[in-house]
Write a protein that binds this ligand. Structure first.
Ligand code: F6P
Length: 320
């Protein structure tokens, strides 16, 4: 039984990270275990920017996007020397285990720390991309998808008014999950994702036929992993002669008050992570599989590439 742990958020922020960190803190305190907060991810760990937390430190944050602990991308953590320094900073404070809330890059850094030092590590998948192997959910993906369909609803109004083709580029790094689920739920005519081959010339010919048949407007959702929405929009405009505009949604997808789903699931994951690390478990990531919390081997989670659900791909094709 560990008596002192720490929690941090790392990599790209996501709505729900606060709910997860709050659950880690409150569960640890409930179990009578000391819990430290590390500011600004691995950067803060290296700079010894950490503080012992009380319940009030995580008050009034469950509804807030972003992360009250701050996060950062940290080059020094890529080095064994950097990771050893971080380990020392934990040991100097009597911290016996670490919960890392972040995306696959952050979880990879955590796995190396555990491998090189033996300190117990438990990870939580904190990223809007939903690209962590072994889990069909990551903290923030639901809020980001809802942000995207809010944008889609607005774009449909202006596309319809002007009889335009609108190309919307969304985030997701190398995963097409955000584009796929928001394209399906937003009723997009075309969804371009890195996981599925497509022929832009055939799509352009199809668009022209649709307009000739009276189609009023067309929405194309493009995952950033496919390429530049601006380039794709330019190609469509030149190839079809249709009035085309492009929106790159950008960082609005990372913010916002987390949805009920993100708040509840993040809280469930935070509780499980705290109980696991306190009991001495290590090298696991908690995620979800069809609605149930599952624990995934940390090494597997960071070395396997998550695939897009083929059911979504078929559905997108049928409904387009
Ligand atoms: O991983 C989350 C994410 O928002 C990706 O979807 C996006 O490509 C990336 O972070 C942007 O990274 P940064 O915040 O470092 O610009």
């Amino acid at each position: 039984m560990l008596k002192s742990i720490a929690v941090m958020t790392s990599g790209g922020d996501s709505p729900g990270m606060n709910a997860a960190a709050r659950a880690v803190v409150r569960t640890a305190l409930y179990e009578g275990v000391k819990v430290w907060g590390i500011n600004n991810g691995y950067h803060g760990l290296l700079e010894e920017d950490m503080f012992e937390m009380q319940s009030k430190n995580v008050g009034d944050i469950i509804q807030r996007g972003g992360t009250f602990l701050g996060t950062a991308r940290c080059r020094r953590w890529q080095t064994p020397e950097g990771r050893m320094q971080g380990f020392k900073n934990l040991v100097d404070r009597g911290i016996q285990g670490l919960v890392v809330i972040g995306g696959d890059g952050s979880l990879r850094g955590a796995q190396l720390l555990s491998q090189e030092t033996g300190i117990p590590i438990v990870g939580l998948p904190g990223t809007i991309d939903n690209d962590v192997w072994g889990s069909d959910y990551t903290i923030g993906c639901d809020t980001a998808a809802n942000t995207i369909i809010d944008a889609i609803n607005k774009l449909r109004d202006t596309a319809s008014a002007h009889r335009r083709v609108i190309v919307l580029e969304v985030m997701g790094r190398r995963s097409g999950w955000l584009a796929m689920v928001s394209g399906i739920s937003g009723g997009a005519e075309y969804i371009l994702v890195p996981e599925v081959e497509y022929n832009l010339d055939e799509i352009c010919d199809d668009m022209k036929r649709s307009y000739e048949a009276g189609k009023r407007y067309i929405l194309v959702v493009v995952a950033e992993g496919v390429g530049s929405g601006k380039e794709i929009g330019k190609y469509i405009s030149e190839k079809t002669g249709l009035d085309t505009r492009v929106s790159v949604l950008g960082y609005i997808q990372r913010g916002g008050s987390p949805t009920v789903i993100d708040r509840v699931k993040a809280s469930q994951l935070g509780e499980r992570a705290a109980l696991a690390i306190i009991s001495g478990l290590s090298d696991i990531v908690f995620g979800f599989d069809r609605g149930n919390v599952v624990s995934i081997n940390l090494h597997d989670a960071v070395t396997n590439k998550k695939k897009l659900d083929p059911e979504y791909m078929h559905l997108a094709k049928v409904l387009a």
